[in-house]
Design a protein around this ligand. Structure first.
Ligand code: AHR
Length: 492
């Protein structure tokens, strides 16, 4: 029996709701078909936004959405996506399948989507192929309430009031698709571009995000912190969980136990990556003013057989759900330094929360994890610890149990645990320090490691009430099934 200790007396940090963010790019069927179908579509929509997907995202408590990319952001020219539809420029989406982008989803549509979902906006500007002026004018167009050329253009396009940009990133992956820059060169460019990302009166201060490292590129973090730390609010790390290698990533649905553990071990590796980047950041910024942002994370498998290689469409199993739970628990534990995270991507691309096929929509196991974990948003992380062994295969082991616990303003505790084992039940005894427990409720997501929701069987994997536990005076005892994610709600 493993010991699980939760100490609500030790309040650690506030869990920013934006840790539960998503990312949406003009890539494959994410924006078009996935989020936006246009007003003339037969698919039920409100001002062109798919009603089913918007409702699901609302229900999931999506706090913030990143747009328009990704690699796409550094070849996106925002002026192509405003004004009368018939005048919008068509372009080639060179990164993603070479398809024609008709720009029918642009700035006004993105803010309409955010309004419908009830989430904040995170915009990525174009450094790689755009000018300082272009970036500066986009911010003016969106956020300036007074009279100016860009604000007047916005009004001419039908929007009187400015919108709010909560987060603005100065470029994306500028070490790669965003311009193949060296860190010193990007740091100087970051300093220059961000100078003209203005804060206009009446708007909240824009939180500026600098392009951060690719996974274990610690040198990038070192250089960025050395040369640009005073000009940024957050530094954005990207880390994808790839089971095989980039040439043979592995199937999303057909994998062995060995590949299951390999995938989870690689997901868990983010703990070390975060810790090491934070060590560097703390050295340059001992007051810890600059946050870590993780604006692309999740599994990246081979595309579904028969689909466009450039569209990155993949299915999503219980293995992905466990990956999501591992990541989100780790992000919670680092919430003193992590401000925002955005899983890649929202719909139909990589580790999506929803998949669509025409008018049909399927919610993925990852969706259910986000929905379970939404209770943590804006709670206080409390100290917690679980005894656990590393399990898996000879070459790929990770802790069997990974958890985090938070407390809301009424003292209610929310604990989310994942049993990463493919085959073994985990017995735990939870004790909440200095507490007489009044009630415990629980919810579970579990299934075979390769179980998923398809368009023929949409409800194969979903959350259910969990009752296999006994309440004790100061906690509970439970047996967590193999490959499961369980949330306990503890009232004291
Ligand atoms: O999410 C898909 C791509 O992965 C993004 O466009 C890019 O930023 C990253 O390499």
């Amino acid at each position: 029996m493993e010991k699980y200790l939760i100490n609500p007396n030790r309040k650690m940090s506030k869990i920013s709701k934006d840790i539960y963010g998503n990312f949406s790019e003009h890539l494959g069927r994410c924006i078009y078909e996935g989020l936006f179908v246009g007003e003339d579509s037969d698919i039920p929509n409100v001002k062109g936004m798919r009603k089913d997907v918007v409702d699901a995202l609302k229900e999931m408590g999506l706090p913030v959405l990143r747009w328009p990319g990704g690699c796409f952001a550094d070849e996106y020219h925002w002026m192509d996506g405003i004004g009368p539809l018939e005048n919008r420029k068509k372009m080639i989406n060179t990164h993603w399948g070479g398809v024609i982008e008709d720009n029918s989803f642009g700035t006004h549509e993105f803010f309409e989507l955010c309004d419908q979902v009830g989430c904040d906006a995170y915009i990525t500007g174009n450094v790689g192929s755009g000018s300082v002026r272009e970036m500066s004018e986009w911010v003016e167009y969106i956020t300036f309430g007074g009279k100016s050329p860009m604000a007047d253009l916005r009004r001419q396009n039908g929007r009187e009031n400015p919108w709010k940009i909560k987060y603005f990133a100065v470029g994306n992956e500028n070490w790669g698709c965003g311009g193949n820059m060296r860190p010193e060169f990007y740091a100087d460019n970051y300093r220059r571009y961000q100078t003209f990302v203005r804060n206009y009166e009446g708007n909240d201060r824009i939180y500026k995000v600098a392009c951060g490292p690719n996974g274990e590129d610690y040198n990038w973090t070192e250089e960025l912190m050395k040369h640009a730390k005073n000009h940024m609010d957050g530094l954005a790390l990207h880390y994808y969980t790839v089971t095989g290698d980039w040439g043979h990533k592995g199937s999303a649905t057909e994998f062995t136990h060995e590949e299951y553990y390999k995938c989870l071990r690689k997901a868990y590796h983010i703990e070390e990556i975060i810790t090491r980047h934070l060590e560097i950041m703390n050295r340059y910024d001992p007051s810890k003013r600059v946050d870590l942002v993780i604006d692309e994370w999740g599994t990246w498998h081979d595309v579904e057989p028969g689909t466009n290689q450039g569209f990155l469409y993949q299915q999503n199993t219980m293995r992905d759900a466990v990956v999501a739970a591992i990541n989100l628990n780790i992000f919670n534990k680092h919430s003193d330094r992590i401000r925002m995270c955005n899983i890649a991507q929202t719909v139909n691309v990589l580790q999506s929360v929803a998949l669509t096929d025409g008018a049909e929509m399927v919610l993925t196991p990852t969706y259910w994890v986000f929905r379970m974990f939404k209770d943590h948003q804006e709670n206080t992380l409390v100290d917690s610890y679980i005894t656990t062994e590393k399990k898996g295969t000879e070459s790929d082991k990770l802790p069997q149990l990974i958890e985090s616990a938070s407390m809301d303003e009424n003292g209610v505790i929310y604990s989310t645990l994942t049993n990463t084992s493919a085959s073994e039940v985990a017995e735990i005894r939870c004790q909440v320090a200095d507490s007489a427990v009044k009630s415990v409720r629980a919810e579970i997501l579990t299934g075979e490691i390769d179980a998923y929701n398809s368009f023929d069987s949409k409800n194969n994997v979903h959350t259910e009430e969990f009752t296999s536990f006994n309440m004790t005076a100061d906690g509970f005892e439970a047996a967590l099934p193999a490959c499961s994610i369980v949330k306990f709600i503890i009232e004291r």
